[in-house]
Design a protein around this ligand. Sequence first.
Ligand SMILES: C[S@@+](CC[C@H](N)C(=O)[O-])C[C@H]1O[C@@H](n2cnc3c(N)ncnc32)[C@H](O)[C@@H]1O
Ligand code: SF4
Length: 385
Amino acid sequence: MSLGESTSRAWLNDRLNNLMAQAFDSSTARTTVRQPARARLQALAAYVKRNQSFLGRVLRQYAWNTVNVRLLDRTRVVEPLSAIFYVTHRCNLSCHYCTQKYPDILSQEVSTEKTIEILRIVRQHLQSLYITGGEPLCRMDLEQVLEAAAGLGFNTILHTNGVLLDRREKVLDFIASLVISLDSMNEGRFDSVTQSAPGTTQRILSNIVRYGRHMQATGRPITINCVIDRNTVDDVYGVMEFCREHNFIFSCCSALKRDLTPYELLEHGGYRRLVEHILESKRRKRLKINGSLEELEYILKFKDFNCYPTLFARIYPNGDVYYPCVPLKTVGGNLFETPSIPEIYRRARAKFGEVPDCRGRCHLYSNITSHFYVHKFWNLAAEYK
Ligand SMILES: C[S@@+](CC[C@H](N)C(=O)[O-])C[C@H]1O[C@@H](n2cnc3c(N)ncnc32)[C@H](O)[C@@H]1O
Ligand code: SF4
């Protein structure tokens, strides 16, 4: 499954949120009582200038997608906007629903130098990097890899289970945003989800609070990713409350079963009540929740969508790039052999054909986001107005 990206949606959210927050902050700072409109315009102009390359890329892609994908129906292979780099498949936990950990997945890690070489290649086309795994902190060279990414000018999000953060806090120096997984505040239950030793959840919680504060104090967002499973449905309320208290961004999706949407959850009364609670919390802005209201409905009510998986390029530790996506288990090419993601996609499309129409197959954030990016761009954009 293309999991690490269950919150790669968080990437877009964080990136746009950061940008909008900057715009808003500067407009607030510069707005005067006499000329608020002018000051706001100036702030907007400054914001556009600061972020012109990213915004330009997003708008170019929007135009290209509108013409080639929506109107002319020429292809479903969209240009990548962000790279999701699974830096390892080793993990120190063993979440029962996870399919991205060794030994379910075997992908050879390469040396630090070669890993940085992968980053250099990716940076030729992309600026946004989502680091996930397995557990990224299982790599002893993660500090070097993240430092190199920062040096190359990446805007990096790190997705971790949080267990080892207190031993590796240096990693925080090189990232723009942090995502930590948490499905339950109930220690016994989450220890059992992660199949870990008693006390692990306690350590995760204390790391979340400690490093969450650190991220917030340095003006960077922290997101809590909550996977909803039949056994932990009732625990999600507690995770939401925890996020509200600490002003963390709450993100959620259901636990896929072998990469497939668990439609049977819709029969579960507790799940349906939870979904309404999440949607109502979003409507009433009770806490920060990842995604637009409509996106959340797609994610949680399992609505049909068109998937454009190449929007988020999935890269494995050895440089393999998946085409069209990880669940279909087809590798489009390897960055050491073909050092360009667009070129890998071109060749893979010739070899494997178009992105198939498998709507409803896996309701992950990134997949839903890809649908919105192509079909409901302004709904996404409105979320950050
Ligand atoms: C694969 S993990 C990798 C990063 C890190 N090890 C962690 O757990 O945060 C990335 C995210 O995928 C989520 N995830 C794992 N298995 C999933 C599944 N079957 N369905 C939905 N999300 C899943 C995890 O909870 C985690 O938030
Ligand atoms: S922490 Fe859990 S979800 Fe993350 S990689 Fe390990 S087993 Fe998978």
